[in-house]
Design a protein around this ligand. Structure first.
Ligand SMILES: C[C@H](CCC(=O)NCCS(=O)(=O)O)[C@H]1CC[C@H]2[C@@H]3[C@H](O)C[C@@H]4C[C@H](O)CC[C@]4(C)[C@H]3C[C@H](O)[C@]12C
Length: 324
């Protein structure tokens, strides 16, 4: 399972939890403007917006999971099993494979509006990256400072939904997910007036009871609802440290602790990393399951006119900071 969110204070932030039972040796990878993105069915991207994000680099090709470009457009791919459907090539469309969608959109678009325009002419092609890295069943969230969208390629075609809540998880499809919020409309972060049965002497005997009923499990609809509730009730100072910290706390509300979700006998999903990208500054912050310290990579500290990838190994080991 995974969760992606947007968040705004003075700047805009975009990121995700990557929940999985194993790692593909992902690294924080910067693709500068003149790296040539080879494209399978449309012309190669010889020069494009620079991109920073989490990627598995295979033979010098960055397979991005989530990323932001230098214009502040962010994008993440999350699992969408059983629902994702990709197509044979469609004449007259730009046929883009699922692993090329992040580079194509972030390489060529500055805003969600531009991404929507590009998507209107895209069909997601079923071609694999390689035998070792076959197609993943994904859907995507795309966000800029003005809003976000969800992109779902299903058997009946490509759907682009406005995402007014700026949260996305996994199954079911986004319209069902969004509708599920109605089931929780009575919950609140503030003390509630007693309306259950006016003749009964009922009272709040503990703080937090106005949120009773908020789902606490790890299923993707429950994480969606819990994350929207947490995000919308979250108050935050505007400075960078408070914003990044609060962003990661919101993602923490849906974090997966090891061994609570078995995926195959004896194998458990957990939150391998949490990312938070400052969309204005091009900084990629992250924590890993083993290391809650916040590490950061700033795209603007590298040569964005270069033509070679730069990758940074994830910091996975916990360090204690003794005060005596
Ligand atoms: C599995 C990951 C998503 C995590 C997630 O949503 N889990 C929820 C599971 S579920 O709902 O409960 O089933 C996705 C996100 C990005 C994906 C990776 C990226 O798309 C980049 C490449 C793409 C290649 O085609 C396959 C390997 C791969 C390296 C992908 C492996 C895997 O599918 C990743 C890592």
């Amino acid at each position: 399972m995974c969760t992606a969110i947007t968040f705004a204070t003075e700047d805009h932030y975009f990121g995700r939890n990557l929940d999985l039972d194993f790692s593909y040796n992902e690294t924080v990878t910067i693709t500068p403007r003149n790296y040539v993105f080879p494209m399978r069915k449309v012309p190669d991207l010889n020069s494009h917006y620079a991109i920073i994000g989490m990627a598995t680099v295979v033979g010098d090709y960055p397979l991005y999971y989530d990323a932001v470009n230098e214009a502040g457009l962010g994008m993440a791919g999350l699992n969408f099993p059983d629902n994702a459907h990709y197509f044979e090539d469609v004449a007259g469309k730009n046929n883009i494979t699922s692993f090329e969608l992040i580079p194509y959109i972030l390489g060529t678009c500055k805003t969600v509006a531009e991404a929507k325009k590009a998507l209107a002419n895209i069909s997601i092609s079923a071609e694999n990256f390689s035998k070792e890295f076959p197609t993943s069943t994904l859907h995507w969230m795309i966000a800029d400072k003005d809003g976000s969208i969800v992109v779902e390629s299903t058997a009946d075609g490509l759907h682009v939904y406005d995402n007014p809540v700026g949260v996305m998880t996994n199954n079911p499809p986004f319209p069902i997910m969004k509708f599920a919020l109605n089931d929780y409309y009575a919950l609140s972060a503030h003390p509630l007036e007693h309306k259950f049965a006016k003749d009964l002497d009922l009272h709040e005997y503990s703080r937090g009871m106005s949120g009773l009923g908020l789902p606490g499990d790890l299923s993707s609809k429950s994480r969606f609802v819990r994350c929207v509730f947490t995000k919308y009730n979250s108050l935050c100072d505007k400075d960078e440290a408070s914003s990044v910290n609060q962003f990661l706390k919101i993602l923490g509300s849906v974090e997966q602790v090891k061994s609570l979700c078995e995926v195959t006998p004896g194998e458990y999903e957990y939150t391998i990393y949490s990312s938070c990208m400052n969309q204005e500054k091009g900084i990629y912050y992250y924590t890993t399951y083993g290391n809650p310290d916040i590490h950061a990579v700033d795209m603007h500290k590298t040569d964005l006119d270069a033509d070679k990838l730069t990758s940074y190994k994830l910091q996975k080991d916990l360090e204690f900071h003794f005060d005596n």
